[in-house]
Design a protein. Structure first.
Length: 199
């Protein structure tokens, strides 16, 4: 199955989350369409359809991001380029934290992931999941990517103040939005439980 992404971090994570699936990167020369949809699901489906059309193989695509409650759900579907088209992850994160700081006391946020599957016969499915938590004022941790250094998930418990970047890969794969969506996908495919639990 083709994973329609150019993000090597996402490819590595999804391979870990779907250990029974032969997940292949997008072939060289295959370009994905602009992300012009109005939802995570719509954008993921557009990418999966393009990969399926180009290769004839079953294809899965991810669209994910973070929604800050104090910003009315921004950056949402614009998470990947929130700091600008050429911005680094660190620059996009810095912009988000600046805006959240000026928006008031609300620091609740949620990661959202939509995984779209286009099967070899063209059948389409979308699996969406969320990971709720809060944004801290300054980034911490060396793991993860994107907004992970400032996101403290609820799922680790009220006494655990670690960010996503401070969790082990196994811990993150147990609770993340992408892990939850991958479990739904794995269940549909009959691939068994994704990302075996470690706690």
């Amino acid at each position: 199955m083709i994973f329609a992404t150019g993000n090597r971090h996402k490819l590595r994570e999804l391979r870990e989350l779907l250990p029974g699936v032969d997940l292949q990167p997008l072939p060289e020369g295959v370009e994905l369409p602009p992300e012009n949809g109005d939802s995570f699901a719509a954008i993921a489906l557009t990418k999966a359809r393009a990969a399926h059309a180009a290769t004839g193989e079953a294809a899965v695509a991810d669209d994910s991001g973070i929604e800050a409650a104090g910003l009315g759900g921004r950056p949402g579907i614009h998470s990947a380029r929130y700091g600008g088209d050429r911005a680094t992850d660190e620059e996009s994160l810095a912009k988000l934290l600046r805006e959240v700081a000026t928006a008031g006391e609300e620091r609740r946020a949620a990661y959202v992931c939509a995984l779209a599957l286009v099967e070899e016969n063209g059948a389409e499915h979308v699996f969406e999941a969320r990971c709720k938590g809060r944004l801290i004022e300054a980034p911490r941790g060396a793991g993860g990517f994107g907004y992970d250094p400032a996101f403290v998930p609820d799922a680790t418990g009220p006494e655990d103040g670690r960010t996503m970047s401070e969790l082990t890969p196994a811990e993150k794969n147990e609770i993340s939005h992408r892990a939850a969506a991958a479990r739904l996908l794995a269940g549909h495919m009959g691939a068994g439980e994704a990302a075996p639990t470690t706690r």
